[in-house]
Design a protein around this ligand. Structure first.
Ligand code: HEM
Ligand SMILES: *[C@@H]1O[C@H](CO)[C@@H](O)[C@H](O)[C@H]1NC(C)=O
Ligand SMILES: CC(=O)N[C@H]1CO[C@H](CO)[C@@H](O)[C@@H]1O
Length: 341
């Protein structure tokens, strides 16, 4: 490895988005090497085809698997909530942290598949896995009926998994606990908790997460335990439709998780549950706005400024700088890095 590459590689580790993106180009094969003096224009779209590639891939994927929208939405929530959207959710330490955090593998695989297409179309790593996840989730929920919202770009992929997975809300949390967790991550409006919980208008939970504190819940627990897939729809009225029926169900006492049902009871949240149960348009519009906020979180101060990069494979961090010799020799960035990671 040349001294120059090593220096620039070292810079990549630990500097902020701009420097990391530039240095990644520097260690890549010659066809995408950057001129030393060429400033990196972070505002310019590094890969204008990205949005179209993501949209086409997402629409095709959800046509063949209607559970993918729920899968993507939950992956996006878990990724963005803890330390800002940084694709850390793909890293083993975070992905497998707690059994109850089981995320849909096909949703994670779809993002890596799109990542490969985007990198191929634009000659290398110009778009992060975090951006692709944010765009793909937007396209999936918009296809489900949420009004279109803009997704900003230039998120970076973090080199470390989040260590604070217990800051995610638990299905056994009450409203006070959930509000505390949301506030801690920068969503300090009680409305965001109610609005985003509306994501449970689609998707499923494992039987063990169903609450068990009244006749309704012990009944669906028993049905779930006897079912083949051992899953319970989170919206018991219209499980696959992105609508306001989740809130209607809460008002009838038919919430599935303890953390769902309490939203209809707590004084801080029940008025908005009532509003959404009556006004679907309002829910969908608010949901789009809350998703933008979720996609713009920066994480707690102590989680900011950690090393970032644009990953060559969403499931692994890029090889460390000691491996850059391999990078220099690699025929293609994609295969070379994946093989040595
Ligand atoms: C506010 C507190 C929240 C709690 C306690 C919570 C908890 C859970 C739990 C326990 C599951 C079932 C996991 C399983 O058993 O496999 C689940 C599923 C899901 N959650 Fe949440 N969640 C919360 C907020 C959110 C938010 C903000 C979103 C997105 C906007 C979201 C989207 C989803 C989706 C779409 C599923 C279904 C996933 C699938 O079908 O694969 N959740 N959630
Ligand atoms: C919520 O749970 C916490 C911890 O178990 C408890 O201290 C608090 O009193 C509960 N709050 C409500 C409103 O139930
Ligand atoms: C905290 C929590 O919700 N724990 C649950 C995780 O999942 C298992 C099995 O599904 C349940 O038994 C736990 O109660």
């Amino acid at each position: 490895m040349t001294k120059k590459t090593a220096t620039r590689g070292a810079l990549a580790i630990g500097l902020l988005a701009a420097a990391a993106a530039a240095a990644l180009c520097a260690v890549a094969p010659t066809d995408m090497a950057m001129d030393d003096n060429q400033p990196l224009d972070l505002d310019a779209d590094q890969c204008p085809q990205t949005e179209a590639i993501v949209r086409d891939a997402v629409l095709a994927a959800i046509r063949s698997n209607n559970q993918l929208t729920a899968g993507l939405l939950r992956v996006f929530f878990h990724d963005c909530f803890l330390q800002g959207c940084d694709a850390s959710v793909f890293l083993p330490g975070e992905r497998n942290a707690v059994p109850n955090l089981s995320l849909q593998q096909p949703a994670l695989d779809l993002i890596e598949d799109i990542r490969r297409q985007v990198h191929a179309a634009c000659g290398g790593p110009k778009v992060s896995c975090a951006d692709i996840l944010a765009l793909a989730t937007r396209d999936a929920v918009v296809a489900a009926g949420v009004p279109r919202y803009e997704v900003h770009r230039h998120r970076m992929d973090r080199r470390q998994a989040a260590s604070n997975v217990f800051d995610l809300p638990a299905p056994t949390d009450n409203v006070t606990q959930m509000l505390g967790k949301f506030k801690r991550q920068g969503l300090d409006n009680a409305a965001d908790l109610v609005t985003l919980s509306g994501g449970h208008t689609i998707g499923k939970a494992g039987c063990g997460n169903i609450r068990n504190n009244d006749a309704f819940s012990s009944n669906i627990r028993a049905t779930c335990a006897a079912s083949r897939d051992k899953k319970q729809n989170l919206d018991v009225i219209t499980p696959d439709k992105f609508d306001n029926k989740y809130f209607v169900a809460l008002k009838e006492g038919h919430g599935v998780l303890f953390s769902d049902q309490v939203l209809a009871q707590d004084a801080n949240t029940r008025a908005l549950v009532d509003t959404y149960a009556k006004d679907e348009r309002r829910f969908l519009e608010d949901f789009a706005a809350s998703m933008k906020r979720l996609g713009s979180l920066k994480g707690r101060p102590e989680d900011q400024g950690k090393p970032v990069e644009i990953r060559f494979n969403c499931f692994r961090t890029n090889p460390s700088i000691e491996l850059n010799t391999a990078v220099d020799d690699a025929v293609t960035v994609d295969e070379g890095l994946a093989a040595s990671a």
